[in-house]
Design a protein around this ligand. Structure first.
Ligand code: BES
Ligand code: ZN
Ligand code: ZN
Length: 499
């Protein structure tokens, strides 16, 4: 069932649950004015008697009264008005979704108060972000037949302002939710060929140009490194190139922005096979590709005024008699030769070809790649932060500000000549492993740096930890998170549109 987010002056007729905000220390929002006077007074005295409910952000309590017997009333904590911001409001929305689902609400309305505006966000924008939080929690799983929230309304006189803020958020949510669904899809359903088709079916109707390179075409083009990774699997590789040309035709065509995604649809490790415990997690190894295609969807939905090219290298990493081997020396699209030292370090090989192709073919103004690249990244930053390696300070600043406003957390990691040098091979141009097991995320970035040409502004986002979570959070059910869609969409919106 799809969830309808609505904006209206008053709760819609079918509303079964009215939600009223309560600021810290049980300061009831003036949203309660929308209730009849007796009900509002009862709630006021009820709040005065609460021991544990104190209006803390995300606290939820059911009011003990029915408003004229028709609707339930839910009180939700909004916390300190000095502290609430977009991310906090989304968390409140996510918690509300879970509460509404558990009480079986089908149509709920959050009432906008007329209170003094919180410090960092207007009440109308807070409403938009609460709606975004509700939407974020909603999975797109069509199979789920349990009764679900069908309508969530933001009601109040400022609803038009909320709707305006929500519009781009709704589009980015759609891209992110699709990315999550793709990550969650089992690998017998989602493999290079089927993934490529899903991308085309979804994006082409939105006006994105989609080109699929099959194995034959990849051979012709010379994607030797990506093909080497795919040798062990009967499911042959695909590379998908997507173009969104959102700049007005009148504007001089500029260099596009490029986004590259690792799309290993299942990573067994290959001949250097992974331990069996936990291997099932490796269906998420296409999280980078999911983020890139989710981003393209968001850009198309919101008609972004930017020229963007996305490329994803789709491949399954399997052991077999045809699989590539540790110690193989392989070619690459760039012409550089690569000494393969561990077949489980496959993501960097896929990225190498896609990075070179997109640079040579489209001469992009900047390149950002996303990849669930190293276990070392997870060891360093866990599921919380995405380690981001950037060779350009302006690009980093733009990413960092987008990160702060979307809540997708980035942490800058070092690109250092020493790591790049460590990846030089004695028998080929580069080797796929560093010298020891330390700084694994940094040496992987050092490897990729060998494939960045002309000092082009470039960022590598190692999303090994952030592409998935082990348990549900307030704004995301496990496991796929769709990480990367929001921060990159925001970066484009704030810094690269209309220029
Ligand atoms: N896909 C993995 C990295 C990964 C691990 C992502 C855990 C998400 C969660 C990647 O292909 C890999 O296996 N990397 C190796 C590299 C090593 C062989 C240099 C790793 O991190 O162990
Ligand atoms: Zn691997
Ligand atoms: Zn991998």
């Amino acid at each position: 069932m799809t969830l309808n987010i609505k904006f209206a002056a008053k709760p819609t007729k079918d509303t079964d649950t009215v939600i009223i905000g309560v600021y810290a220390d049980n300061n009831l929002s003036t949203a309660s004015d929308a209730l009849n006077v007796d009900t509002a007074n009862l709630i006021e005295s009820f709040l005065g008697k609460q021991e544990s409910f104190k209006g803390k952000s995300g606290q939820i309590i059911t009011a003990p009264v029915l408003d004229e017997g028709k609707t339930r009333i839910l009180l939700v904590g909004l916390g300190d008005p000095d502290k609430i911001d977009g991310s906090a409001a989304e968390t409140v929305g996510g918690k509300l979704y879970v509460a509404l689902k558990s009480i079986g609400s089908k149509s709920a309305a959050f009432i906008l108060g007329d209170d003094e505006e919180p410090e960092n966000i207007s009440t109308a924008d807070m409403g938009a972000h609460i709606a975004m939080g509700v939407r974020q929690y909603k999975t797109l799983d069509a199979e789920d037949e349990s009764p679900e929230l069908g309508t969530f309304t933001i009601a109040g006189k400022d609803n038009k302002k909320s709707a305006k803020t929500y519009e781009p958020l709704g589009h980015v949510a759609a891209g992110m939710l699709w990315a999550r669904d793709l990550v969650n899809e089992p690998p017998n359903m989602l493999y290079p060929e089927s993934f490529a088709k899903m991308i085309k079916d979804e994006l082409k109707p939105l006006g994105v140009e989609v080109e699929i390179f099959d194995e034959k075409k990849l051979e012709k083009l010379g994607f030797k490194a990506q093909l080497a990774v795919g040798m062990g699997s009967a499911r042959t590789p695909r590379t998908v190139v997507m173009r969104w040309n959102g700049k007005a035709a009148s504007k001089k065509k500029s260099q596009p922005l490029a986004f590259v995604g690792k799309g290993v649809t299942f990573d067994t490790g290959g001949i250097n096979i992974k331990p069996s415990g936990g291997m099932e997690d490796m269906k998420l190894d296409m999280g980078g590709a999911a983020a890139v295609v989710g981003l393209m969807k968001s850009l198309a939905l919101r008609n972004a005024k930017a020229d963007v090219v996305g490329i994803v290298g789709l491949v399954e990493n399997m052991p077999s008699d045809r699989a590539y081997r540790p110690s193989d020396v392989i070619g690459s699209y760039s012409g550089k030769t690569i000494e393969v030292l561990n077949t489980d370090a496959e993501g960097r090989l896929v990225l190498a070809d896609c990075l070179t192709y997109v640079q040579r073919k489209y001469d992009p103004a900047l390149v950002v790649d996303l990849a669930t690249l190293t276990g070392a990244m997870m060891i360093a930053l866990g599921h919380e932060y995405c380690g981001t390696f950037v060779n350009d300070n302006d690009l980093w600043e733009n990413m960092e500000s987008a990160s702060k406003s979307t809540g997708e957390k980035l942490w800058r990691m070092p690109l250092d000549a020493a790591f790049k040098k460590e990846m030089v091979s004695s028998i080929a141009d580069v080797k796929s492993l560093g010298n020891g097991r330390y700084a694994g995320a940094c040496t992987a970035a050092g490897f990729l740096e060998h494939f960045i040409e002309d000092n082009r502004p470039w960022a590598h986002m190692d999303i090994a930890g952030t592409a998935w979570v082990k348990s549900d959070s307030a704004i995301c059910p496990k496991p796929g998170t769709g990480f990367g869609v929001r921060v990159l969409d925001k970066m484009i919106a704030d810094h690269y549109e209309g220029k």
